[in-house]
Design a protein around this ligand. Structure first.
Ligand SMILES: Cc1cc2nc3c(=O)[nH]c(=O)nc-3n(C[C@H](O)[C@H](O)[C@H](O)COP(=O)(O)OP(=O)(O)OC[C@H]3O[C@@H](n4cnc5c(N)ncnc54)[C@H](O)[C@@H]3O)c2cc1C
Length: 212
C-alpha cells in the first residue's frame, strides 16, 4: 500500500533520514524534491568538515564545510526538515519505523540510515551485515529490513568518498519513490522545468539566454 493510501498520523514523516552528510542530504533532496515529507536528524560530526573536494565531479575545488552549507540550503529549499539531534534508537512498527531523538519519538514509513562509519543503529534494527562488517545492501541501498535503507560509509569497508555517498543517498530515495509512485521513477529535469521545480533557487533560463 502506498503512503498516500495509508492513514498518516500528524507526527509521521514519509521518510526519516538519520545522518546529514552527503549520503543523508542527497536522500533528503531527492525525496523532498519529489513530494515526500523528509525529516533529517544529524549531529554534524560529518567527515566533510575535514575534507576539501578536488574529486567531486562537476566541482573544481570546494571546502567540505562550504559543500555542506550549499547542500543544506538545497535540501531546505525543497522543503525537507532538518534537526540537529542525535537519534538514540530506531525500531520497526506496524506502520514503518519509530525513531527516537532528543527523547521524542518520530514515525516514518521509510527509514534511510546515513550515519557514516557508525553502523550501530542498523545493527540495532536487525539489518544483516556482510563478512566485512558493513551493512548488507543491494544497488537500491535497501537493507534486509524492508523499507529501511543504509547508505554511504556504513555500507563500504574503506572506499569512502563524498560523491559515492551522495550517489547512495540518491539511489535509496529513488527506490522509495519507485515504490510510492510506480515503476522505475526517474528524477529527470530539463531546462523548461526550472521555474516550476526550483523557482526559489534556479535562475530563469530564458533570462540567462537573453543576457548571452
Ligand atoms: C580528512 C578527510 C579528508 C577527506 N577528503 C575527502 C575528499 O577530498 N574527497 C572525498 O570525496 N571524500 C573525502 N573524505 C571522505 C568523505 O568525507 C566521506 O566519504 C563522506 O563524508 C561520507 O559521507 P556519509 O554521508 O556517508 O557520512 P558522514 O559524512 O560521515 O555523515 C554522517 C553523519 O551522520 C551523523 N550521525 C551519525 N550518527 C548519528 C545519530 N545517531 N544521530 C544523528 N546523526 C548521526 C554524523 O554526525 C554525520 O554528520 C575525507 C575524509 C576525511 C576524514
Amino acid at each position: 500500500m502506498s503512503i498516500a493510501q495509508r492513514p498518516k498520523p500528524e507526527d509521521m514523516s514519509h521518510v526519516i533520514v538519520v545522518g546529514g552528510g552527503p549520503a543523508g542530504l542527497s536522500a533528503a533532496l531527492f525525496a523532498a524534491k519529489n513530494g515526500l515529507e523528509a525529516t533529517v536528524f544529524d549531529t554534524d560530526d560529518t567527515w566533510m568538515h575535514k575534507a576539501h573536494l578536488f574529486n567531486y565531479l562537476g566541482v573544481n575545488s570546494l571546502d567540505g564545510s562550504s559543500y555542506l552549507d550549499i547542500a543544506r540550503d538545497q535540501v531546505d529549499d525543497v522543503g525537507a526538515e532538518r534537526h540537529h539531534a542525535e537519534v538514540t534508537s530506531v525500531e520497526t512498527t506496524d506502520d514503518g519505523f519509530a525513531v527516537t531523538a532528543d527523547d521524542e519519538t518520530h514515525h516514518a514509513a521509510y527509514l534511510v540510515l546515513a550515519t557514516g562509519a557508525d553502523r550501530s543503529l542498523a545493527e540495532e534494527l536487525g539489518c544483516e551485515t556482510t563478512d566485512e562488517g558493513t551493512v548488507d545492501v543491494d544497488v537500491t541501498m535497501e537493507t534486509s529490513v524492508e523499507d529501511a535503507y543504509a547508505t554511504g560509509a556504513m555500507v563500504r569497508a574503506e572506499e569512502w568518498q563524498a560523491i559515492i555517498s551522495a550517489g547512495d543517498g540518491a539511489a535509496a530515495a529513488l527506490n522509495v519513490l519507485t515504490k510510492e509512485k510506480g515503476d522505475h521513477f526517474h528524477d529527470f529535469d530539463v531546462p523548461a522545468d526550472a521555474e516550476n521545480a526550483m523557482a526559489a533557487v534556479v535562475d530563469d533560463p530564458e533570462a540567462e539566454s537573453d543576457d548571452a
